[in-house]
Ligand binder design. Structure first.
Ligand code: ATP
Ligand code: MG
Length: 416
């Protein structure tokens, strides 16, 4: 909850409304990446004006917004302009300075708030939160320890061999597997901490994963909560490659547990907006495997992009509704779906020259929905777009997904 703003007097913000000073109802977003772009599309469809703050003149969201403020995220003049234009503001990337959200919250409705974004930005605080609400969520995180000082490292080297093999992760600024080193021995651990610059880290035990899934939750200012069924995610080289979203994508008992856990985590945070909670499914000897919470993103998530085409309300629609104080209807999935991420390599041939993918062939397949983010330059690992395949049943969706993935040279579909 924002400290300075009286939410009761500013919320709800009705779409299409004009205030007495002639100002149009406008929603703002800090960050101009693809998540901001899809948020802008959802807000505009409802009739809101939009404002994006992002320094990049070519940012995917800036290109499609009514207003684009091109300053740094912590620029006081840029933030003041954003607050002047918008009645409510959200964020689309989690490394936005929490201070910027705090500043905006003095005069505007900001969702999610600076405090919860701050927790999600720091793996140490994030894991402490997961641990604190384990009793109500019913899930714990992977065994871990914190390494912030050389003395702590020495202690771990001497006493925590139980966490090896493990993954050393920087507490801050990690995404798409960046800021992580896999370590098998104490020697490798010492070297890895030095390699990461001796910054605050967590050492997490490497778990035998049988699957990964995530759950999207939307919570309003009044505490109302809705959620999507969990989606199963396949990562390749630490980057999401494929999302499976259909009935039976995971054992029903785990689906129920992960959904309940994500809702409990959002409630415990007093969260407002869309939250994504990522889980590991581990082989613990039980019939369905055990559930372990990995991390959370205080925003819509790549694994929820299928909701744009397969549900009657998308994760971005719910983000708009939550921040503006509109009702949060329970979304309904009407089609089975598989989402394929399109990284820069799809546009690059073996010699690194740019090529155009064969959209003529891909888009001739039934139920294909192409989303490109307006990024000009393709680079290896850069998220350029995604392709969602929808259909009446799982088998037809899988068949089309395999063909599309084959034509585009996409990885991660071995198991379907
Ligand atoms: P993103 O922000 O893109 O979701 P990230 O860089 O924050 O990713 P994590 O989600 O922590 O990183 O890890 C990336 C991937 O690495 C996971 O999705 C999982 O496949 C693997 N991984 C991470 N931690 C573990 C673990 N303790 N045991 C086994 N595999 C792991
Ligand atoms: Mg992750």
């Amino acid at each position: 909850m924002s400290e300075g703003t009286d939410i009761a007097t500013t919320i709800p913000i009705f779409p299409g409304s004009v205030d007495t000073a002639g100002q149009r109802a406008t929603l703002g977003v800090l960050g101009g990446g693809q998540l901001g772009r899809m948020f802008v599309h959802a807000a505009q469809r409802l009739g809101y004006f939009t404002a994006v703050l992002d320094p990049d003149a070519q940012s995917p969201a800036g290109l499609v917004s009514h207003h684009h403020i091109q300053t740094a995220y912590d620029d006081p003049a840029g933030l003041a302009q954003l607050a002047q234009l918008c009645q409510a503001i959200t964020t689309e990337f989690e490394n936005v300075p929490a201070q910027a959200l705090q500043t905006l919250a003095q005069t505007r409705a900001v969702a999610p708030g600076a405090a919860v974004v701050g927790i999600a930005q720091n793996r140490i605080e994030e894991k402490a939160h997961f641990t604190a609400c384990a009793d109500i969520s019913g899930v714990t995180c992977a065994p871990y320890t914190v390494i912030e000082t050389p003395a702590q490292l020495q202690d771990v080297l001497a006493n925590r061999a139980d966490l090896l093999p493990g993954i050393l992760k920087t507490a801050r600024m990690g995404y798409d597997g960046k800021g992580q080193v896999r370590v098998k021995t104490v020697e490798e651990l010492g070297a890895a901490w030095a390699e990461l610059g001796g910054v605050a880290c967590v050492l997490e035990k490497m778990l035998p994963l049988t699957a990964e899934c995530s759950v999207l939750v939307a919570r309003g200012w009044d505490g109302q909560v809705v959620s999507f069924a969990p989606q199963r995610n396949v990562h390749v080289d630490g980057i999401l490659a494929v999302t499976h979203a259909y009935e039976g994508n995971m054992p029903p008992a785990l689906a129920t547990r992960s959904r309940e856990a994500a809702v409990a985590i959002a409630q415990h945070l007093g969260y407002v907006g869309v939250l994504c909670v990522e889980f590991f499914v581990v082989d613990d000897g039980s019939a369905h495997g055990g559930l372990v919470v990995n991390e959370m993103a205080p925003r819509p998530h790549n694994s929820g992009h299928y909701t744009l085409d397969a549900c009657d309300a998308s994760q971005f629609d719910l983000q708009v509704h939550a921040m503006a104080g509109l009702p949060l209807p329970q979304p309904r999935q009407h089609s089975a779906a598989i989402m394929l991420n399109l990284l820069g390599e799809v546009w690059l041939d073996a010699s690194g020259q740019r090529r155009e993918p064969d959209w003529q062939a891909v888009l001739s397949l039934p139920g294909t929905h192409l989303h490109l983010y307006g990024k000009e330059h393709a680079r290896i690992g850069r998220k350029m777009g995604h392709l969602t395949i929808t259909g009446p049943d799982v088998d037809s969706v899988k068949t089309v997904a395999r063909r599309a993935a084959g034509w585009l040279g996409l990885p991660g579909l071995n198991d379907i």
